[in-house]
Ligand binder design. Sequence first.
Ligand code: NAD
Length: 490
Amino acid sequence: MATVAPVKVPAPQIRQTNCFIGGNWVPSASGKTFDTVNPATEEVICQVAEGDKADIDAAVDAARDQFDHGDWSRMDARDRGILMNKLADLIEAEIDELAALETLDNGKPISDARTADLPLVVDCLRYYAGWADKIEGTTIPVRGDYLCYTRREPVGVVGQIIPWNFPALMAAWKWGPALAAGCTIVMKPAEQTPLTCLRMARLAQKAGIPDGVINVVPGYGPTAGAALVEHPDVDKIAFTGELATAKIIQRAAAESMKRLTFELGGKSPNVIFADADLDAAIEGAHFALYFNQGQCCCAGSRLFVQDSIHGEVVDRIADYNRSHPVGDPFDPDTKQGPQVDQAQFDKIMQYVEYGKQDGASCVTGGNRVGDRGYYVEPTLFTGVTDDMRIARDEIFGPVLSVLKFSDVDELVERANNTNFGLAAAVWTRDVAKAHRFAAKVRAGTVWVNCYDVFDAAAPFGGFKESGIGRELGEAGLAAYTESKTVTLAL
Ligand code: NAD
């Protein structure tokens, strides 16, 4: 991960706390609000409009009206791209303040928000702006005297539901392809982290993206989220979050045959062979799990280490953990901030207990840091076996499980012994071994001698219960289009 010179962080201004519907900033119809909390201090940052069914109905109406009668899906595609680039430019111009807002609401270190999250937001929007005028159909050589061709059309009104771990980036991953395709959007941000999404909507309006194209309704999942999923006028739901929530959504959306894409959780295997560049592998394995407080869907949470180097790898990761700067996320030297909320904190501490109960050894961490804020020590378990709860379940926190292996064939089987299939990584100097592992592992992304390398052009998504469909790249765009076949008698 690149590092930058420390900066003086501007105090983030809270400018938007209402729903953004049809270009207007409006309180929720019920007048209700909810608190969004600073995870570093446990203090309330502000109250945000608590949208529910009535607000979702109004937002879907605005999105439908814009899609059916407005100019977004009809304007020259190149002009859509120009407006998207303008949004990217405005975000880039406010990158420091947006990063600070993200840190305030989510607790992630400001240096990560500035060098990772927000630059990736800008890059994603620019990447998809470039696609806007390159969405092409094909001509098809059918039998007979006909001209047959396909058109790729926007899927329509899309409901987008995102989690709290990368609030701005998840919004960009969803807005980028939807906007390029000409769709209109109703987004429900996570209740823990609504602030950057609302600020980005303000910048979209400033960029000149027409009213009704992007609508944002903050609120809770079982109310606002469920209303969006059940709405008959929504053509597609794009969801990122937990597997259990995805299953509820899949059942609810069956009624209206909505298009669905899911980006879900993981329990990703990260494999270090004895022939790896150990300096790079150990630093990479540490980053793979502890980045973003361990709250990454693709976290390398099952670290498989070949037996001959096991001791060295464990010792060196433990050393990293003991000197890992955990603390105030606004301190530019901090590498690990607080977990996002009390519920996450409690869940992580419960898994630390499970690890101990199931017989693993807690080499570092396992405790709370300080008495204010949801901080957890970087935690490392060894002696972990495949059946333990810490090796099977997604913990979504700074808890690394190290598993030993000796036999390479058995390793692949063990790596695949999970219902998830989001990501995997392998560290080795043997290129053929790396390719063999990449071919055999059941995961949507495989990193070789690196981890968490993301690019807007490279598709990302899960095998098995880690999701359906792909985000990013051309595949991510395709999920926001319908293909129409036109046949003309000549
Ligand atoms: P979550 O499923 O609890 O919440 C995600 C979103 O769904 C929130 O906006 C929430 O309000 C909403 N929601 C909750 N119940 C709902 C319902 N009944 N109907 C409609 N919407 C509802 O997940 P989370 O705890 O916010 O996020 C963590 C999860 O997200 C982890 O499993 C993580 O792996 C996953 N994730 C996946 C990716 C990916 O790209 N694969 C990226 C980031 C996070």
